[in-house]
Design a protein around this ligand. Structure first.
Ligand code: HXC
Length: 259
């Protein structure tokens, strides 16, 4: 039985962990307890060599409607500053295995920020994305002002952040936030299919690819290219590189061992 109360953790496929946010009475609003559980399940997935890929989803109505406003309302500046409130949210970004987001319904505020922190984001037709914090007298605090501008450019990011307006799945896809828009009943099958496809690759080259792509956000181009090349060189020290190339030449499927 799952030890978690605000999320469900299942293994629908041998090497794929499915995490479903589960606070149905609060549209999956992200309170401290839920974030601690998410951190815990991701840490366990990180150290479990059987898990190759993780899918993170919510409910049909909401991926997550933001950080929990009821929990946040009375926080003082001193508390927020002393606890470095929200600093733990960076942990999602530190997860090294591939993380696929599958969004139906609302992905707002902190919910949108968590969605943007995944590696590949799929959305159903019902998905709506937004940073409505401005309506609460605050600003995005989990990376929204930084990640959104990189995805959609300054004009659209400013419009969304200053007005709090939402965008629908199709627009999110056209703007590069989302990789595919699917009918509701196709969302999870497709998310699991993508996850399984990735899970069948060499885990070591998948991890290196994720690290290299994410470095593009952090580094100037010349440094990023150098970083990519170093990782590329290092992969020639792996058994999986020899196996992958031998399998191609021998016209067979590779059998990767993650070494
Ligand atoms: C706490 C929330 C919540 C939230 C919804 N609920 N969002 N509780 N925090 N973020 C609760 C409601 O209070 C309500 O509980 C129940 O969920 C259902 O919500 P309704 O509003 O009745 O549903 P609906 O009319 O369908 O409207 C859906 C909605 C609306 C448009 C998504 O709930 C909404 O605007 N939510 C807030 C969205 C938001 O502002 N997000 C940003 C939060 S700030 P009761 O008990 O009344 O039935 C943030 C900062 C991030 O994320 C900082 C960095 C991480």
């Amino acid at each position: 039985m799952s030890a978690y109360t605000n999320l469900k953790a299942d293994m629908p496929l041998r090497s794929v962990q499915l995490i479903s946010l589960h606070r149905p009475n609060a549209l999956n609003a992200l309170n401290r307890h839920l974030m601690a559980e998410l951190d815990d399940v991701l840490q366990k997935a990180q150290s479990d060599s059987q898990i190759k890929c993780v899918v993170l989803t919510g409910s049909e109505k909401a991926f997550a409607a933001g950080a929990d406003i009821k929990e946040m309302k009375d926080i003082s500046f001193v508390d927020a500053y002393k606890q470095d409130f929200l600093s733990s949210w960076n942990k999602i970004r530190e997860f090294r295995k591939p993380l696929i987001g599958a969004v139906s319904g609302y992905a707002l505020g902190g919910g949108f920020e968590v969605a943007m922190a995944t590696d590949i984001l799929l959305a159903s037709n019902s998905a709506k994305f937004g940073q409505p914090e401005i309506n609460l007298g605050i600003i995005p605090g989990g990376g929204g002002t930084q990640r959104l501008i990189r995805a959609v450019g300054k004009a659209k990011a400013m419009e969304m952040i200053l007005t709090g307006r939402m965008i629908k799945a199709q627009e999110a896809c056209e703007r590069g936030l989302v990789s595919q828009v699917l009918d509701a009943e196709q969302l999870m099958p497709e998310a699991l299919k993508v996850a399984e496809e990735i899970a069948n690759k060499s885990a070591i080259s998948v991890q290196a690819a994720k690290e290299a792509v994410n470095a593009a956000h952090e580094m100037p181009l010349s440094e990023g290219l150098r970083f990519e090349r170093r990782l590329f060189h290092q992969l020639f020290a792996t058994k999986d590189q020899k196996e992958g190339m031998s399998a191609f030449i021998e016209k067979r499927k590779p059998s990767f061992t993650d070494e």
